[in-house]
Design a protein. Sequence first.
Length: 263
Amino acid sequence: MHKSNDFIIKPLQIIPKALKELSRSPKELFFIGDSHLLAAPIKIAIVGTRSPNPYTKHFCAMLASAIAKAGGVVVSGGALGVDIIAHTNALPRTIMFSPSSLDIIYPKSNARIIAQIAKDGLILSEYKCGYQPFAHSFLERNRLVVGLSDIVIIPQADLMSGSMQSARLSLESKKPLFVLPHRMNESLGTQSLLAKNQARAIYDIKDFVNEIFGTDSVTNDEVLEFCKNAPSYEEAISRFGLKILEYEMEGKIMRDNGIVRIC
């Protein structure tokens, strides 16, 4: 156990089954945050360019938010651009894989959001303290992002990019791959995936969420499932944080003598 920047770094006791099945499975993982997120039934990777266009930024933000609200967890790599947009809008239901050890914030330009993920979401790394990322570290991180996820979404990517390596990993592992539709001469990497029928396009976020989670996404809502057992308010807040307040304000749950009940 190690403490860094007011967060406690712990070794993960059990490597997720999906990561154990990788050809190069991690020997050990370290984490900061809520490891319960690993038990979410549907985990969706959102990875892509560090320089998204305005359309991609907007679509990615809405998509990540919709996935989280439906009970899914968004997995990404904390990088500039698509990654950090996805994390931000999925909080607290997001998992980040770091290319560095967890005592080092990388990239520093995303320090504020990464600290928020450490507090409310989950950050994982296969590196012990003091590890600065090398070029190959980003590819190693990508294999874990894809490996943990049930579905992979690449909103925007150039032909020769790390995101296309994630696409290759997704195809090799036979995981559903989705992209956003773009105009001609934009996002040539994802356009090539569509042209080769290697990926499907997301034209409507609501339709996508309904397809993945079912039209009644409440049954896949981890918060409501937890609250079915009438936990104490303190237990609910400890596990889900501000999400409990949000659900209370939306009228989904209520407090009854210190017990949380579904409305």
